[in-house]
Design a protein around this ligand. Structure first.
Ligand code: NAP
Length: 248
């Protein structure tokens, strides 16, 4: 049975990487899927074709999730084409690092805008209709950097830890409305975000993971798929690492 049949899911930053795997998985679960992208138009359109080719419903929608006007237009487009959003996955994110004295304030702000402000703006826009329906699922894609310190990652760690604080507050606030809010923390996943790592760093990360390997994006998507289902309605406010044990 397709557990998300009849639901509309919006995945931010879904044209590539982890977001792409999540969007595909939710489509396989039967959801109509809005594929948000900021710049990767070809990737977004290819993913929509793939979902439609498999018999699903999908649209690609460009928007910078850190901009309130664009977020409003994004939701209006999704509502017009697929109906109100019942499953929101705040996946969009940006990594810019550097030792604190060399971290440009503009980079710090950009990282917070993509992950944290974007999560807030999309959630605030989605919630009124979720409340109307008495059902909603919000999943934040955070990171082990929210729980552990990594040198050079002050901006990213702040953004990802902020998502966890938001998750817990919103879980309490929205539980009476049938809306769950949870956070998934992917471990090391080879994507464009991590493509700048040297071979040495990559090997060092992989050997520090108790499971001894990187994650497949599909493993992150499987956790999101579970949290999006009706049967997960009693799970809210959790921080779920899918990281091979890296935070232990
Ligand atoms: P990625 O390949 O770099 O993808 C990032 C996505 O975010 C892209 O699709 C990008 O869209 C989108 N994005 C960035 N800024 C945006 C904005 N302002 N508005 C809308 N979309 C925006 O990275 P990834 O590895 O798949 O990461 C996905 C999420 O997982 C991120 O939140 C990341 O922090 C988190 N994460 C990743 C890892 C890992 O090891 N890869 C580990 C822990 C957590 P465009 O391509 O359209 O520009």
């Amino acid at each position: 049975m397709q557990a998300l049949k009849g639901r509309t899911a919006l995945v931010t930053g879904a044209a590539r990487g982890i977001g792409r795997a999540i969007a595909l998985r939710l489509a396989q679960d039967g959801a109509s899927v809005a594929v948000n992208y900021a710049t990767s138009v070809e990737g977004a359109e290819a993913l929509v074709s793939e979902i439609r080719g498999a018999g699903g419903r999908a649209v690609a929608v460009q928007a910078d999730v850190g901009d309130v006007t664009q977020v409003d237009a994004l939701f209006a487009h999704v509502e017009a084409h697929l109906g109100p959003v019942g499953v929101l996955v705040n996946n969009a994110g940006l990594h810019r690092g550097g030792r604190v004295e060399r971290l440009a304030p503009a980079d710090f702000e950009a990282v917070l805008r993509a992950s944290l402000v974007g999560s807030f703006l999309c959630t605030a826009r989605a919630v009124p209709q979720m409340k109307d329906h008495g059902w909603g699922r919000i999943v934040q894609i955070s990171s082990p950097a929210a729980l552990r310190g990594f040198a050079g990652d002050a901006a990213y760690g702040a953004a990802k830890a902020g998502q966890l604080g938001m998750t817990r507050c919103l879980a309490v606030e929205l539980a009476p409305h049938g809306i769950t809010v949870n956070a998934v923390l992917p471990g090391y996943v080879p994507t464009e975000m991590t493509s700048g790592l040297s071979d040495k760093s990559r090997t060092a990360i992989e050997t520090s993971i108790p499971c001894g390997r990187a994650a497949d994006p599909g493993e992150i998507a499987a956790a999101v798929s579970y949290l999006a289902r009706s049967e997960a309605g009693y799970v809210t406010g959790v921080t779920l690492p899918v990281d091979g044990g890296i935070v232990l």
